[in-house]
Design a protein around this ligand. Structure first.
Ligand SMILES: Cc1cc2nc3c(=O)[nH]c(=O)nc-3n(C[C@H](O)[C@H](O)[C@H](O)COP(=O)(O)OP(=O)(O)OC[C@H]3O[C@@H](n4cnc5c(N)ncnc54)[C@H](O)[C@@H]3O)c2cc1C
Length: 487
């Protein structure tokens, strides 16, 4: 018992924060055991720990963007799903707002809450059951952990994000896009069942066959109607290796033409692409594609590259272990962490551009874009097919092919002027794309009004409003998205 890490964590929490035993509704502050008096309301029973110390609050008032800081009153590290039920009921009674937080990798305070309670879902991290077609996991599990658990059985989730250290609950609240999306849709399109705690503190199971309305408003629902606590995720057979192709283009139209061809004929398992700086000035395009295989069934390079018009002789072809390919950002992230750049501000912009407008839009953007505008950071551009998308709240342009366009900007630290300039540019780029029929993938940093949200959701706005009324009638959940402002 002495060396039990779970018990040690709990004790550390109690020491850090004194023991929070209640909430004083008169002055809206927590009451510790040392101050216990008759005027406070007892906290519900918790299997985990409620933290109120400055260090934990400061951490929860930050995210990967480092642009927005909202200080919560407390952070719950739940020891069970019932802790989430109990704390939401408690918050509702005391008109406190609640923000679920996975790994805090959004850019603009989406998982933060001023004066409310952050629920740090990362302590719900069990992988329960892996069978040949599906896995049941808690929402705080990271995709890297899930993949490491399924691969020994030669199984994999169909779609993985470029970075695997994101929580399952966090990405399912947005969508979850990756290089396999052209084949299998978003991560949310591969969920068979969820367990959700609603804004009323009800624990419900939902799927296409049970509580379908909740299922369809929680997946890609930006945390507005419920907190995902458990997910059943579809699995497919995993191949052992990935043959990775990097193909260079100097012409945007040729690049997008070939990307479209590849997602239509599906000759590769994975298709993405980047806009990269040309050493001679301007921009070039890098098509990234991968074919997954298990030896001795090697892919045929000649047929994979047939009829593509990349710059001949510049292609790079490399074989990788499947996991290493999917986890390829890990060494770069470790390097950026080691030099401190990972903790710089990240005014990212992520958009979906209509396929019919992409050449026009991207030509306009790159004609004035400089490396200083991006902070020398990656720019993603790749197409996906919308016929794979099944969730109403996941908003993309109304076309068969749309392009993810993302400038993953890094601003210098201690330079608010540059961050503000990048944020203003995000708004300009968003508006131009919106006027062409485009949408936003809202993991990023764009100032958004309620009117913008209404326009974003378009024909499903009333569906979201009705679901919010039904599942979170007191507007307790996830205020950091800024969709339902006010009480
Ligand atoms: C380096 C990097 C690479 C990325 N690559 C990709 C990519 O390839 N594809 C892609 O789609 N996205 C990508 N993203 C964006 C990423 O999907 C989102 O930022 C996602 O939210 C990250 O998960 P998280 O666990 O950090 O969520 P958080 O930032 O903690 O939360 C995100 C939002 O979801 C809510 N939320 C959190 N947990 C739950 C839950 N259990 N139930 C309901 N709501 C919840 C939060 O309140 C918040 O509003 C990337 C981000 C980074 C920083």
């Amino acid at each position: 018992m002495k060396n039990n890490p779970a018990r040690r964590n709990i004790l550390q929490g109690l020491i850090a924060s004194a023991v929070v035993v209640g909430f004083n509704p008169l002055n809206r502050s927590w009451v510790t055991s040392a101050e216990a008096a008759q005027s406070f309301i007892n906290l519900p029973h918790l299997d985990g720990v409620l933290y109120t110390d400055d260090a934990t609050r400061t951490n929860a008032a930050d995210d990967f963007g480092h642009l927005v800081h909202r200080y919560p009153k407390a952070i719950l590290k739940p020891g069970s799903i019932h802790d989430i039920v109990n704390i939401i009921k408690f918050a509702r009674t005391h008109t406190l707002k609640v923000a679920p937080r996975g790994q805090g990798h959004t850019c603009y305070g989406q998982a933060q809450v001023e004066d409310g309670i952050v629920i740090d879902i990362s302590t719900l991290n069990k992988i329960h059951d892996i069978s040949t077609e599906r896995v049941i996991v808690e929402a705080g599990v990271r995709w890297s952990e899930l993949l490491q658990a399924t691969l020994p059985q030669q199984l994999t989730p169909p779609v993985l994000t470029d970075y695997l250290e994101l929580s399952i609950g966090g990405t399912l609240s947005f969508g979850g896009i990756g290089g396999a999306t052209h084949r299998y849709g978003m991560q949310v399109d591969n969920i068979l069942e969820l367990q959700v705690v609603t804004g009323e503190g009800h624990l419900l199971t939902c799927s296409l066959y049970q509580n379908r309305d909740l299922f369809e408003t929680v997946l890609a629902g930006l945390g507005q109607c419920g907190i995902i606590v458990r997910a059943t995720i579809r699995l497919i057979k995993a191949e052992r290796n990935a043959r990775v192709f990097l193909l260079d283009y100097d012409d945007l139209a040729a690049f997008t033409h070939d990307q479209r061809l590849l997602i239509e004929d599906k000759r590769f398992n994975y298709v993405e692409g980047q806009i990269i700086s040309d050493p001679n000035g301007g921009w070039r395009y890098l098509l990234e594609a991968a074919s997954f295989y298990t030896p001795p069934n090697e892919p045929d390079n000649i047929s994979l590259l047939a009829s593509l018009s990349y710059t001949r002789g510049t292609e790079q072809i490399e074989d990788k272990i499947y996991f290493d390919f999917l986890n390829r950002l890990s060494p770069t992230v470790a390097f950026l962490q080691s030099i401190g750049v990972w903790s710089n501000p990240h005014p990212w912009i992520n958009l979906f551009v209509p396929g019919t407008a992409v050449e026009q839009y991207i030509s306009e953007v790159v004609s004035i874009l400089t490396l200083a505008d991006t902070g020398n950071s990656p720019i993603l551009l790749y197409p996906v097919k919308t016929d794979r998308f099944t969730l109403p709240l996941f908003r993309v342009p109304n076309e068969q092919i749309v392009f993810l366009f993302a400038i993953l900007r890094t601003a210098p630290s201690d330079d608010d002027t540059t961050s503000a300039r990048m944020l203003a540019d995000n708004r300009r780029l968003f508006e131009r794309n919106r006027d062409l029929g485009g949408t936003r993938y809202p993991v990023d940093a764009i100032a958004f009004s309620q009117e913008d949200w209404q326009q974003h959701f378009g024909s499903v706005w009333s569906r979201l409003v009705n679901a919010k009324r039904r599942y979170d009638p007191d507007n307790v959940l996830t205020p950091g998205q800024g969709i339902f402002t006010g009480s």
